[in-house]
Design a protein around this ligand. Structure first.
Ligand code: ACO
Length: 341
């Protein structure tokens, strides 16, 4: 009889040299570095650490992809920003230069906000995307993208590896990963986190509000994790990034104070609701505050996440292609058998 693990919980699907997500200790290690040791690194530098080869020609790649994406912009109408990123990948000629895919996601995000924007090939990637997109606090965006670039065998990374294992290539693997990231149980949570905070601002009794939501079977967005049994270490890195901006932004300072109070009430409510399961703050809670302060719209948050996580996806695609083995698990059949079998 096959052993079934719902949601593949606890199943180890292989070996990787890219990152360690230590759920008991709340440690995240990328290629031998603690996450907090990488906080001052640039985006390109982090790519080099994750890929073990430099991310070269990214500025030129931004210039190369911009006209192709601008031409496709009329098709973006009516698409969610993350769907537009998938379309953007489809507009590029199929090559093997990872810089093109990275550039395409960032430039697509920026052009959707500002169709006239022109990339500057000499500029730092994050600074250039922030300028093109008309955003504030580019250093906050850099910190965010570095923080979320890689995180073990999460749903979108596993999806990318499954597709890469069929030898379908980088574009197909990235496109599938974008689809997996889109859902609210994975990368789609930070927009709803802000909706929740907005509702809480109006609630006369926030503690009772949490109790009612949980009693009705709803999930609190920005809390809980498959692997972490303590607070997600990325939550603290992003809270600190918010604090840095809050020193200059009274608006964010007020939002942050309120979110910190609500975090305490939410974790208390979750502990009372599920005493047997540790449900702590995850990466998406402070992501929501940070991306709002930087100037993104709620519906863009998941697409912004993708522009950071693409570095991790590409590292895993390369590792999977090198390994070369098709990923093909089994499933236990519980349906009917033909009469007589
Ligand atoms: N609020 C309320 N209850 C929760 C929450 C939550 N945020 N998270 C888990 N639970 C409960 C579940 O209802 C479940 O209860 P049950 O056993 O009575 O059905 C129990 O805790 C275990 O939940 P699972 O879904 O089995 O836990 P899993 O490890 O599969 O889920 C997940 C992890 C999907 C992140 C979950 O905690 C969740 O839905 N959180 C809210 C959405 C969110 O914040 N997503 C972003 C995740 S971070 C990222 O992907 C980048």
């Amino acid at each position: 009889m096959q052993v079934v693990s719902s949601g593949l919980e606890g199943v180890c699907v292989g070996e990787s040299r890219i990152s360690l997500v230590d759920g008991q200790a709340g440690r995240l290690i990328l290629r031998g570095f603690h996450l907090h040791q990488l906080g001052e690194k640039g985006y390109e530098e982090l790519a080099q650490i994750l890929w073990e080869v430099p991310l070269s020609g990214l500025g030129e790649a931004r210039v190369r992809v911009a006209p192709l994406l601008r031409e496709a912009l009329p098709l973006a109408g009516g698409l969610a920003p993350i769907e537009w990123l998938r379309l953007a990948l489809d507009r590029l000629p199929d090559g093997k230069n990872p810089a093109d895919w990275v550039a395409a996601l960032g430039v697509a995000l920026a052009l959707r906000r500002n169709p006239q924007a022109e990339p500057d090939p000499q500029a730092d990637h994050v600074a250039d995307i922030a300028r093109m997109a008309g955003l504030r606090w580019p250093d906050g965006l850099r910190r965010y993208w570095v923080c979320v670039a890689e995180h073990g065998m999460n749903a979108s990374t596993f999806t990318a590896r499954v597709v890469a294992s069929t030898r379908a290539g980088q574009r197909a693997a990235l496109s599938a990963a974008l689809g997996a990231l889109q859902g609210p149980l994975h990368g789609g949570a930070p927009g709803p986190v802000l909706d929740m905070l907005d509702e809480l601002q109006l609630a006369p009794d926030p503690a009772a509000w949490f109790g009612q939501k949980l009693g009705a079977g709803e999930r609190l967005m920005g809390f809980g994790h498959r692997i972490y049994r303590v607070r997600d270490p990325r939550a603290e890195v992003l809270r600190t990034a918010c604090q840095k901006i809050a020193e200059h932004s009274p608006e964010l300072a007020a939002r942050l104070r309120f979110a910190e109070q609500m975090e305490g009430l939410a974790t208390q409510a979750l502990a009372a609701h599920k005493p047997g399961r540790v449900l702590q703050t995850n990466v998406e809670y402070y992501t929501a505050l940070l991306l709002e302060a930087i100037g993104f719209q709620r519906e863009e948050f998941t697409a912004v996440f993708a522009c950071g996580r693409v570095l991790g996806w590409l590292a895993h695609i390369a590792e999977q292609e090198k390994e070369g083995r098709l990923i093909r698990p089994e499933v236990r059949y519980v349906g009917p058998l033909p009469a007589g079998d």
